[in-house]
Design a protein around this ligand. Structure first.
Ligand SMILES: [Zn+2]
Length: 97
């Protein structure tokens, strides 16, 4: 209780603005990225060429690691050993603002 020395009547009590924010340690709201292990389906080699075509699409779902994702990125490349084309997938979870 504050004592007002000036004698001016205190106006209506201003509501206290609480800081908004998530509690610390809430990892589920941090961006996560899950890379599908890149391996040739034909010769099982993990070698590959550079990515030639990258497409990101907003898509909600569950990644292979059982975590939700909001963006699915497909990256086309070829096997570095047998030149077999394949598509690498990257699942990204970015919390919505
Ligand atoms: Zn291959």
């Amino acid at each position: 209780m504050a004592i007002i020395e000036s004698g001016i009547p205190q106006l209506a009590h201003q509501p206290v603005r609480r800081k908004r924010g998530r509690p610390a340690g809430d990892a589920a709201k941090d961006p996560t990225v899950f890379h599908v292990p890149s391996r040739c389906p034909r010769c099982q080699s993990t070698r590959r060429t550079g990515y030639t075509h990258v497409v990101s699409s907003p898509y909600d779902g569950i990644a292979p690691d059982n975590k939700p994702y909001t963006t699915l990125t497909l990256r086309r490349c070829r096997c570095g050993s047998c030149n077999f084309p394949r598509v690498d997938r990257v699942y990204e979870y970015v919390p919505k603002k």
